[in-house]
Every structure is written in structure tokens, then in C-alpha cells.
Design a protein around this ligand. Structure first.
Ligand SMILES: *Cc1c(COP(=O)(O)O)cnc(C)c1O
Length: 341
């Protein structure tokens, strides 16, 4: 396979329209078979459900070139399941899970020349998404939908090493107790924009959101789950019904327990406890883990012993083990890796 002539190590995390994408239409109560197209634009009704009432959800995942030169995707069934959960909560039709995985493979295969080579740190980002495309003026679910998957190459998340970031405890809430925080809905991101722009203007990299009801427990950031390491090397992640169930976080917890032999706990984490942890990281598909060096709570600073220069030692082990599994250097648990034929 001849690769595109791109400076892979120096592309950022941005959108670049490439080759082919998958499109399937839902009409009269059923999905069509779907097609691959080179058209990177969308034409829909001015009154589409997505445009008027934000009826849309999405997924995010990556295709990698492994050390033995195979192209693989990581646990796509979990993205398919999570999209099903999002669709159910948003009264959207489910795109069948097997077809979701098939379409992912099709998109990767059609754009194989854009899957960055092994060793560049770059990957092919995949964006499955669905939206109400039929007109709605009264508030109700759309009668027509589009499910699409596009791909875009993205550069290494950390250029020149993963520098710990500084986050602030947000005054805004991300998700209500019985709201939509647990699904990957576009609306969760629309309302997070003001909070993240505010944080950036104040010089912070990210927001830490607390639970909306009591403002005492840690939830997550706008797009990544928290992992904490205790001083006796236990791996802890917050449990809450309004956290988005990160596939990276679930995979890291498994790796911690079964590959590194660490004790793991998913439980409520009081913000009060955070000052006693040894390491803190944010997990999601984009970065796998971003180390957090410092948390600012209204002027009160919490520094983690791992410091502002590099990842803490346990965070690093977790990062290296999971990326090793994704890159084919470490044997993966059964079913985690789907090879693109
Ligand atoms: C997508 C997302 C994550 C990360 O999930 P991954 O499956 O690991 O990519 C975490 N939090 C929020 C709010 C998200 O939308």
C-alpha cells in the first residue's frame, strides 16, 4: 500500500477531508445499505432535527498501524454499543452494531493510504456520527436520519513528551444527575464551550467538573475521564451515572489490574480526597492519558507529587502498556484488536 506523502509526525489534531466516507440513510423506519462516497459535504433540510433541536450523537476512535505493519482498530464493538446507548437516550434509531463495525472497517480500508505508518505517533481518527436530518418544527424526534463515518489523520497528541497540564475546578456543571452526561451527545459539548473558553482565558488547560447535585464529588473533564493513583499505588476512577463511560478508561483499569497487578477501584471520589493522591491523569481516545500536574480550586492549588515535568511513574506504565497493546508490541486481551483485512 502506497502511503500519502504527508509529514505524519507534524500534522496536528485537526480535520482534513480525505478519500472516502460512509453514509447510510434512515427513512420510512429503516436503514438503507449505506454507500461509500468521496463527497465530504452534507445537504439536509433547513428544518432538520439536528439543526433545530440538536438531535445528534457521535463516537471517536482510531485506526493504527502496528509494529508488524497491520492496520487495526481498537475495541470498535464498544463504540458501537455506546452509540446504541446514545441513540436510545436521544430517541434516534439504532444503527446495528455489526453493521457499525463493518462500516468502520470499510472506511479504514478505503483510506488505508491515510493510515499513518508505525512509529510516527500519528493515527487515523474515525468519527462515526448520527443526526436527525428530517424536518421538525414541533419538538419531537426526526423521522429521517443519517449515519456517517469519516476519517481524518491526526498527529501525535504529545509532541516532545507528555507535559502535565493544569486544570481548574469549574463553576459550571457538565451533566445533571438524570441528564445526558453518560451518552456522547453533541449537546453536552455545545454547552461545555463557554466553560472551556473561560478556563483557557484564565490560563488553564481543562475543567474539572464536580457532581452537579452536591458539588462534592469529582466527575470528569469536558472530554476525558479521571484516573487517580494513591500513594500506595492503587488506581482509582470516579463512579457516577453522569460520567461518559470512556473506553480508554475501562481499558486502562483492566490493564492496571491484569497486566500490572495493581489494585483498582471504581467508586465515588470526594474532591476532598484529591489532595492526597500521588498522580492524576485524564483518559480518552485522543491522548490515551494526559498527566495532570496541578489542580486549581478557586485559587487553592493542589500539586501532585509527580510534578509538572513528566508523567507520574504509574501513569507512565499504564500509558506504555495500553499503547503497547494498541501498537501490537504487547499481546492484547482476547477481542480487543480488530485487524482490517
Ligand atoms: C469521548 C469522551 C470521553 C473519552 O472516551 P473514550 O472512549 O476513551 O474516547 C470521556 N469523556 C467524555 C465526556 C467524552 O465525550
Amino acid at each position: 500500500m502506497k502511503k500519502q506523502n504527508i509529514d505524519w509526525s507534524n500534522i496536528g489534531f485537526g480535520y482534513m477531508p480525505i478519500g472516502e466516507r460512509f453514509v447510510s440513510y434512515y427513512k420510512d423506519g429503516k436503514w438503507d445499505n449505506g454507500i461509500m462516497t468521496t463527497d465530504s459535504t452534507v445537504t439536509i433540510s433547513e428544518c432538520a432535527g439536528v439543526l433545530q433541536y440538536a438531535q445528534t450523537c457521535f463516537e471517536g476512535m482510531k485506526a493504527y498501524t502496528t509494529c508488524d505493519n497491520k492496520i487495526v482498530v481498537f475495541r470498535p464493538e464498544l463504540n458501537a454499543q455506546r452509540m446504541e446507548d446514545s441513540c436510545n437516550r436521544l430517541e434516534m434509531p439504532v444503527f446495528p452494531k455489526e453493521k457499525f463495525v463493518e462500516a468502520i472497517c470499510k472506511v479504514v480500508k478505503a483510506n488505508a493510504d491515510y493510515v499513518p505508518p508505525y512509529g510516527t505517533g500519528a493515527t487515523l481518527y474515525l468519527r462515526p456520527y448520527m443526526y436527525g436530518s428530517g424536518p421538525v418544527i414541533g419538538v419531537k424526534p426526526s423521522s429521517e436520519y443519517e449515519f456517517r463515518i469519516f476519517a481524518t489523520p491526526v498527529g501525535p497528541y504529545f509532541k516532545g513528551g507528555a507535559k502535565p497540564i493544569t486544570i481548574k475546578v469549574s463553576d459550571f456543571d457538565r451533566a445533571a444527575p438524570h441528564g445526558t452526561g453518560h451518552i456522547k451527545a453533541g449537546l453536552n459539548y455545545a454547552m461545555s464551550l463557554h466553560a472551556i473558553v473561560t478556563a483557557h482565558n484564565e490560563g488553564f488547560d481543562e475543567n474539572m467538573y464536580l457532581d452537579a447535585a452536591t458539588r462534592t464529588n469529582v466527575e470528569e473533564t469536558g472530554g476525558a475521564n479521571f484516573l487517580f493513583i494513591t500513594k500506595d499505588n492503587k488506581v482509582i476512577t470516579p463512579k457516577s451515572n453522569s460520567i461518559l463511560p470512556s473506553i480508554t478508561r475501562r481499558s486502562l483499569m483492566y490493564v492496571a489490574e491484569h497486566y500490572l497487578g495493581l489494585e483498582v477501584e471504581e467508586r465515588e471520589v470526594a474532591f476532598e480526597e484529591v489532595k492526597d493522591f500521588a498522580e492524576c491523569g485524564l483518559c480518552g481516545t485522543a491522548a490515551v492519558i494526559s498527566p495532570v500536574g496541578k489542580i486549581n480550586d478557586h485559587g487553592n492549588e493542589i500539586y501532585f507529587p509527580s510534578g509538572m515535568d513528566e508523567m507520574g511513574p504509574i501513569t507512565r506504565k499504564l500509558y506504555e502498556t495500553l499503547t503497547g497493546i494498541q501498537m501490537g508490541k504487547i499481546e492484547a486481551p482476547e477481542g480487543w484488536i480488530t485487524e482490517i483485512e
